[in-house]
Write a protein that binds this ligand. Sequence first.
Ligand code: NAP
Length: 296
Amino acid sequence: MWDTRSRMTGGSAGILDGKAVSSLLRSQVAERVAVLRARGVVPRIEAVVAAQDPASLAYVRMKRAWAEKAGMESGSFEVTADTPQAVVVDRVRSLNADPGVHGVLVQHPLPGHLDEAAVLEALAVEKDVDGITVASLGRLTAGEQGFRAATPLGIVRLLDHYEVPLEGRHAVVVGRSNILGKPAALMLLERNCTVTVAHSRTRDLAGLLATADLVVAAVGRPELIRGEWLKPGAVVVDAGYNKVPGREKDVGDCHFESCAAVASWITPVPGGVGPMTVACLLANTVDAAEAAAMAG
Ligand code: NAP
């Protein structure tokens, strides 16, 4: 257990270690998979991914490897620049209908000729373990049960692990994408934060961040957020993952050194939000398999 209060005074930040916490989460997933397997149910996740996008292929390979390490099965459907929309939608519909498949991940971005929203629309809400279809986002908005988007879910679980208080805190989410910024804002609202969402048209981002107890960076701009902008003792969650030409390591949306000097807690990049996302995707898939086993 961590003493979060002593961290709220500023100084050198504690690390929100997504690698370590995701490893704990994945062992819990593996235990639940073993229980299901003993009952003859093998949780299975399937991905739909662009064949010509090396980053997407690498993400999916890693997600499948972690799933298989936890005792799950996995598969993927690689979409090329020639695959017609109808074939992709049919594939999603057949995954919906297959009782051996419990979760389906549509890895963003699909090739440009495809209507990604329509592909997601075809996915059954019971199998949307990434929590990004309109149906899942609607459930989140309405406060109904359903799969929560895996990246914001990972963020909230990481904060919970370190017992970072959320209720009544001012959270500023920078970014408003459907997969990250918007659901992160809604999930923090669900946890009784007072939430502000910033985006590319926000005036005076630095002034806004000076009022934030919790900053969630979901922008995709390397090192945009500087420590000088932060309130001393703020908690910083950096979901950004950016390649910078000439730099060996990928960097986040926050300038790590200057932010860590002011924050009470901070996520590293890599090793923060990324591994938590994958662990939550697997946990959601096991939830789906347990629900299917109960129903059938
Ligand atoms: P996205 O769809 O491109 O959205 C970026 C958001 O940032 C938009 O809402 C945009 O505002 C806002 N924005 C852009 N420039 C800004 C600025 N100067 N000031 C304030 N807001 C600004 O990106 P995304 O898919 O949400 O991803 C964001 C980052 O998270 C990327 O680095 C991505 O690689 C990373 N990511 C990580 C994970 C993970 O598992 N760790 C998962 C998903 C994404 P407008 O809406 O006004 O354009």
